[in-house]
Ligand binder design. Structure first.
Ligand code: SF4
Length: 470
C-alpha cells in the first residue's frame, strides 16, 4: 500500500461512500458535540420530521457559549442576566431530555467549554471523526482525530444520520523544528504560523503539524495549536498521536480500560503519517527564532512580534483596504510600537487558552504581583474541572491576590453573548482566538496574545513583553 498521511488514514476509515465528481463523500461521524447556540434549529428539524437522534450514545451536550460566568448566576438564585442566553439554556435542557442526549447542565461538575471538556473526559480519542457546531472543533485534532466545525443544518444531518456529506480536503504539512525560547509559547507559534501563511493559507486543506517542536509540546499546548487552524482557513488541524497523547488519555474517565485500552493504543500508534507520505503542500517553520506575538488588526493574520512596530501598509492590492479599515478600527498607525500602549481589559480563558497549563503560565507572572490600577483582569477557566484543579493548586488564590476576577467556566469574553463584554473603544488583551470587529462587544478592540503576555500586560497596565516578567 502507498504511504499514507494521518489524515488519509482517518478519512478512509470513515468513508461510507466515496466522493465522485458530482457528489461529496458520505463520512461517518464518531462523536457529535453540541451546545446551546447551534443546536436548537437542528432539534426543531428533527421534531418537524418526527425523527429521533440516530446515535444519542455518540452525542454529548454541554452549555458554554451563552452561560454566565458569575457564580451567583450559576449556583445562586440570581437569574441569568441575558434573556436570550437563559432561553437557550432552557431549550437545551428540554431538547436533551426529549431526545435522550447526555447533557452537562449548568451546575454539572463536568460542564465547561465543549472543546475543553471532551478531551478531559476522554471522549475525544485518536483516529475519531468529531464534529460540533463551532468553528474551533479543530482543537480535537491535537489527538490525531479529524475534527471540524459544522453549521446548524449539518448538525441536523448528523443528528438524523450520524453521517455528513463532505468533499475530501487536501493536506498541508506544517513542519516546525527547534526549541521555543523562554517566554515563547504554543500560542505564539500558532499566531506566527497564521501570520506566515495568512488567514486563507490553509483554505481547502487539513493541516498536519509535524516536527520536533510539535512533538515536544504537551497536550494542552497541542490543543492551542490545532484550535486556531481555522483562523488560517484550514478545515482542520491534526497532530499524530504519540506517547504524550497516550499518557494524557491513560486515566481519563471515559478512555478505554484494560484490554480495550491495549487494543486501542496499538491502533493509535499506527495512525502517524507513513514515512514518505505525500502532502499537497508544505511549510517549514524555524521555532528557534520565534518571539512572543501579538495581533494589531482585526484578523488573526495581522500579527507581529510584541516588541516590533506596526508594519507598513501593503504596497498594492485589496489588502490595503482591509489594512486601513483595521487600523482605523483599532486606533493604531503604521510604525507605532505596541509595547506601552493602553490596556483596559485583560481576558485569560477560552478554548484556546483556558486550560490548566495556560492558567499555570499566567500564575507564574501574577504570583506576588498586583495588576495595574484601572485594568480589569478576568480569568475564566475552560471547564469546572480546570477550575477545581486551579483552586486546589493555589492558582485561583494567586489570581485573586493579584486583583483578578475569578469566574465559573464558559466561553465568557471570547464572544460577546453571555454578559461578559468589552465596552466600545476599550482595548482588550485576550488569550482567545478571534479579534474580529465587535467580537468581544460592539466597538471592542481585541489584541490576541499568549497567557504570559496577557498576565504581563495586566501587571504593567499597558502592552508588555512577557520576557521582562519571567
Ligand atoms: S471559547 Fe470562543 S471559540 Fe471557543 S467554543 Fe467558546 S465561543 Fe467558540
Amino acid at each position: 500500500m502507498a504511504a499514507r498521511t494521518l489524515f488519509d488514514k482517518v478519512w478512509s476509515e470513515h468513508e461510507v461512500v466515496p466522493e465522485t465528481a458530482d457528489t461529496p463523500a458520505v463520512l461517518y461521524i464518531d462523536l457529535h458535540l453540541i451546545h446551546e447556540v447551534t443546536s436548537p434549529q437542528a432539534f426543531s428539524l428533527l421534531r418537524s420530521r418526527g425523527l429521533p437522534v440516530r446515535r444519542p450514545d455518540r452525542t454529548l451536550a454541554t452549555m458554554d457559549h451563552s452561560t454566565p460566568t458569575r457564580t451567583e448566576q450559576v449556583f445562586g438564585n440570581i437569574p441569568i442576566a441575558v434573556d436570550a442566553a437563559a432561553k437557550q439554556v432552557r431549550q437545551l435542557e428540554t431538547n436533551a431530555a426529549d431526545f435522550g442526549v447526555e447533557l452537562f447542565a449548568m451546575r454539572d461538575a463536568r460542564r465547561g467549554i465543549v472543546h475543553v471538556i471532551s478531551p478531559e473526559l476522554g471522549t475525544t480519542l485518536p483516529g475519531m471523526t468529531i464534529v460540533c457546531g463551532d468553528s474551533h472543533t479543530s482543537t480535537h485534532g491535537a489527538f490525531g482525530a479529524l475534527a471540524f466545525g459544522i453549521g446548524s443544518t449539518e448538525v441536523g444531518h448528523v443528528f438524523a444520520t450520524q453521517c455528513l456529506l463532505q468533499r475530501k480536503p487536501k493536506t498541508l504539512a506544517v513542519n516546525v523544528e527547534g526549541a521555543l525560547r523562554p517566554g515563547v509559547t504554543a500560542k505564539d507559534l500558532i499566531l506566527h504560523i497564521i501570520g506566515k501563511i495568512g488567514v486563507s493559507g490553509g483554505t481547502g486543506h487539513v493541516i498536519e503539524y509535524r516536527g520536533s517542536t510539535i512533538r515536544a509540546l504537551s497536550m494542552d499546548e497541542r490543543m492551542t495549536i490545532c484550535n486556531m487552524s481555522i483562523e488560517a482557513g484550514a478545515r482542520a488541524g491534526m497532530i499524530a498521536p504519540d506517547e504524550v497523547t497516550l499518557a494524557y488519555l491513560r486515566d481519563k474517565p471515559r478512555a478505554p480500560t484494560g484490554s480495550a485500552w491495549d487494543a486501542a493504543a496499538a491502533r493509535w500508534r499506527t495512525l502517524a503519517s507513513d514515512p514518505g507520505a505525500r502532502f499537497d503542500a508544505s511549510v517549514d517553520i524555524d521555532a528557534t527564532t520565534l518571539e512572543p506575538m501579538i495581533t494589531y488588526g482585526t484578523n488573526p493574520g495581522m500579527v507581529v512580534p510584541v516588541a516590533a512596530t506596526i508594519p507598513a501598509r501593503p504596497a498594492t492590492g485589496a489588502g490595503q483596504t482591509v489594512f486601513d479599515k483595521a487600523l482605523s478600527y483599532m486606533g493604531f498607525a503604521c510604525g507605532e510600537s505596541l509595547i506601552g500602549k493602553r490596556v483596559d481589559v485583560v481576558f485569560i480563558g477560552s478554548c484556546t487558552n483556558g486550560r490548566l497549563a495556560d492558567l499555570e503560565a499566567a500564575a507564574s507572572i501574577l504570583k506576588g504581583r498586583k495588576i495595574a490600577k484601572g485594568v480589569k483582569l478576568l480569568i475564566v477557566p475552560g471547564s469546572q474541572q480546570v477550575k477545581r484543579d486551579a483552586e486546589s493548586r493555589g492558582l485561583a488564590q494567586i489570581f485573586k491576590d493579584a486583583g483578578a476576577d475569578w469566574r465559573e467556566s464558559g466561553c465568557s469574553m471570547c464572544l460577546g453573548m453571555n454578559g461578559d463584554t468589552v465596552t466600545s473603544g476599550q482595548y482588550c488583551i485576550s488569550t482567545s482566538n478571534r479579534n474580529f470587529e465587535g467580537r468581544q462587544g460592539v466597538g471592542a478592540r481585541t489584541l490576541l496574545v499568549s497567557p504570559l503576555t496577557a498576565a504581563a500586560s495586566a501587571v504593567q497596565g499597558s502592552i508588555a513583553d512577557p520576557r521582562e516578567y519571567l
